[in-house]
Design a binder for this molecule. Structure first.
Ligand code: HEM
Length: 445
């Protein structure tokens, strides 16, 4: 006898697709609230998506049974077209090997070495802001985090400059975000969007080829991530990476490493503009720890309030708001049968608003993260950086970068929202403020 499928929203696929298109986040959140730990969604003809909504299921998929799952075919196809077989979509033994090779580039000691550049570049970006003159903070953070990843990844030499890479990354991000808005058209169709995407991939390939060739000629460790990846040797085979794999890792890290942080910082600033009492606490802390000088890594452990604010922001607006998996074999989740090849959504956005775990889930309450609390909620109730063998390799990098940038900005400026329009989250490759984040600044000195 066939078992009944997991519960899900009523209505045929057309009604569900309409709801999804009008507000994807609300569609997922409502489905989880109404239907429990495992929900089956039907957003297209014959298309089923499974949404997990319990910490134990998240752990089962990401950690305990991780080897039974791959990224979904859609992600492999959409993301792989731009990022090749880099860490984000690589699988099995090849993923393990690449992860081992890349890991040293992300060790704390190495990452700490990037702090100075992060602060310097933030100060340069801030020099372009004018007090009481509104500007788009999100756009400014995109430029800044792009420059930081370019500098720390490639050292001084991004041939053609960060503007060019910025344009290329924009095309990649738009294409990857597209999968959350419309069914993709076949790639061979020579429509302008596809032609633009192909040109962007070719441009990126040429750029990286040139940089890698230059590096191989010089052959020295410049202290950047690219040097680490080029010097990396596998413990067992003593093999390094070939040029194609190196290209894929560099583009993947570049892609994963800037927008996520830009959105995090933008959401922190937005939430602070809405919560003056918290802003005051952060500014008092910064005043006591760094006063008017730029922050260093040694200051960071003395900024618990800033740490709580960042954690709570990642709870409410996690940059990586959803990721997916597909089981390689039929599996059982929450007592239901899920067939091999199904697409499963794991969503920090949905999980981290679960009222069974988070009191007043919609409210920004950084004090939740006061010492000890996080250890008392179920593991994988809160997982903005994922978990298991695919946990974000850049977590320490991202946390340090966000703290240094925010400390540099907030010790010098107070920030106000410069629009009456509501700021709403838009889900794409990352979770971004839908129409940017218009702000104006004032010096706090
Ligand atoms: C606030 C910032 C960030 C957030 C919220 C974030 C979140 C995540 C999450 C949730 C995953 C796991 C996805 C999955 O399991 O399918 C991931 C993977 C990854 N992240 Fe991050 N990330 C951030 C910043 C960064 C930075 C700064 C870098 C690099 C400099 C980076 C590089 C990567 C890479 C390469 C992977 C793939 C790892 C693998 O599959 O082995 N991320 N990130």
């Amino acid at each position: 006898m066939t078992r009944p499928p997991p519960p899900g929203p009523a209505g045929n696929f057309y009604a569900q697709l309409k709801e999804l298109r009008s507000d994807f986040l609300a569609y997922l959140l409502n489905a989880a609230t109404e239907h429990g730990d495992l929900v089956r969604l039907n957003p297209g003809p014959g298309t089923y998506l499974y949404l997990v909504n319990h910490p134990d299921l998240v752990r089962q998929i990401l950690v305990t049974d991780a080897e039974k799952y791959h990224k979904s075919a859609m992600t492999q196809k959409m993301v792989g077209r731009f990022l090749g077989n880099g860490l984000i979509v690589n699988e099995d033994q090849s993923h393990k090997k690449q992860r081992r090779l890349a890991q040293p580039a992300f060790h704390k000691q190495r990452v700490d070495g990037y702090a100075h550049s992060m602060v310097e570049l933030t100060l340069q970006e801030m020099a372009s802001w004018r007090p009481d003159t509104p500007f788009d903070f999100e756009a400014s953070m995109n430029v800044l985090t792009m420059k930081i990843v370019a500098k720390t990844l490639f050292g001084t030499g991004v041939a053609g400059g960060t503007e060019k890479v910025g344009r290329i990354m924009q095309v990649f991000a738009e294409a990857i975000s597209g999968q959350f808005r419309a069914l993709p058209l076949p790639q061979w169709l020579p429509i302008p969007r596809h032609l633009r995407q192909r040109a962007a991939v070719a441009e990126m390939d040429a750029l990286i080829k040139e940089m890698v060739a230059e590096w191989r000629t010089a052959g020295t460790d410049n202290g950047d991530l690219m040097s680490m990846l080029l010097l990396a040797r596998d413990m067992d085979s003593n093999d390094g990476m070939n040029d194609k794999q190196l290209r894929d890792e560099l583009v993947s890290i570049y892609f994963a490493g800037h927008e996520t942080v830009a959105k995090l910082i933008s959401w922190v600033i937005y939430l602070l503009t809405q919560n003056p009492a918290v802003t005051q606490q952060v500014q008092t802390e910064l005043n006591a720890v760094i006063g008017n000088r730029p922050p260093t890594t040694a200051d960071l452990p003395q900024m618990p309030k800033l740490d709580q604010v960042i954690k709570e922001t990642l709870r409410i607006y996690p940059s990586a708001w959803v990721f997916d998996r597909t089981p390689l074999v039929d599996v059982e989740l929450a007592g239901y049968h899920v067939p091999a090849g199904a697409t499963i959504y794991v969503s920090p956005y949905v999980s981290q608003r679960d009222p069974r775990i988070f009191d007043q889930p919609d409210r920004f309450l950084p004090e939740r993260f006061a010492t000890g609390w996080e250890q008392n909620i179920p593991r994988y109730a809160y997982y903005p950086f994922g978990g298991g063998p695919r946990v974000c390799i850049g977590q320490a990098f991202a946390e340090m970068e966000a703290k240094l940038i925010l400390a540099t900005i907030l010790s010098k400026f107070s920030v106000e929202l410069a629009t009456q329009e509501p700021i709403e989250p838009e889900p794409g490759a990352t979770l971004r403020p839908k129409n940017g984040l218009p702000v104006s600044i004032k010096s706090v000195l």
